[in-house]
Design a protein around this ligand. Structure first.
Ligand SMILES: Cc1cc2nc3c(=O)[nH]c(=O)nc-3n(C[C@H](O)[C@H](O)[C@H](O)COP(=O)(O)O)c2cc1C
Length: 204
């Protein structure tokens, strides 16, 4: 088994975190740097993370997450934020690629037109893309944490409107999920069983 498969199988959703563990801003940023390697549609990179690591921030977020103790205990809880209008940012996202001559301006112009066609008049697709991008980044973040010996716990148990208001999300941003991260404390569940692969895969 490759080390990546071993890592993937070792990850579990943790509930219990060492409340004495503190992560430095650079340790936190290292995780986000790896998460940034996750793919996004058109490379629009339409997500960001709010790292809630202060006592005040944790208390505020824990209240909005129905009191889930891991938000208070973990070194950091990330609010994974997806942006529904990221397709409008393509010129900015590709500016350095065009400037370096790696991509011709006409190719970028074509992508901008195509993205407008895909998302421009389709709010459901815009929101789907926000959720997809933040979710890919979230999974990548959890594996990056696992690789550093850290535990993680994803959550959708929170008040989305409350989180958006309390943490200053803009109207085109979606709070997709929370991910607590830090050193595990004892008592977490072992890995849970998965459905047999034959139930999950079909061939066509
Ligand atoms: C999108 C998503 C939302 C989740 N929300 C919560 C949550 O609010 N609270 C919680 O304790 N666990 C939550 N979980 C953890 C799941 O219960 C857990 O991933 C699942 O039982 C499988 O266990 P494992 O992650 O250890 O393999 C969530 C997981 C995902 C992927």
């Amino acid at each position: 088994m490759s080390s990546l498969t071993t890592l993937i199988k070792a990850r579990v959703s943790a509930n219990n975190f060492d409340s004495a563990h503190v992560m430095s801003p650079s340790e936190i940023s290292d995780l986000i740097t790896v998460a940034g390697e996750a793919p996004t549609s058109f490379n629009q990179q339409n997500w960001r993370a709010i790292a809630v690591n202060s006592a005040e921030g944790k208390a505020k977020l824990m209240g909005l997450a129905y009191g889930q103790p891991k938000v208070g205990d973990a070194a950091v809880t990330f609010i994974m934020v997806g942006k529904s209008t990221g397709y409008k940012d393509l010129p900015q996202m590709f500016a350095s690629t065009v400037a370096a001559g790696t991509m011709p301006q006409e190719t970028l112009d074509g992508m901008v037109g195509m993205a407008e066609g895909v998302y421009g008049s389709n709010p459901a697709m815009q929101r789907d893309e926000a959720v997809r991008s933040a979710s890919f980044a979230g999974m990548t973040l959890m594996l990056a944490a696992q690789d550093k010996g850290l535990a993680s716990g994803p959550m959708i148990g929170f008040d989305p409107a409350g989180v958006a208001a309390a943490f200053g999300l803009t109207a085109d941003e979606v709070p997709v999920m929370l991910i607590s991260c830090g050193n595990a404390a004892p008592g977490n569940w072992p890995r849970k069983a998965r459905r047999p692969v034959a139930e999950v895969v079909s061939f066509a």
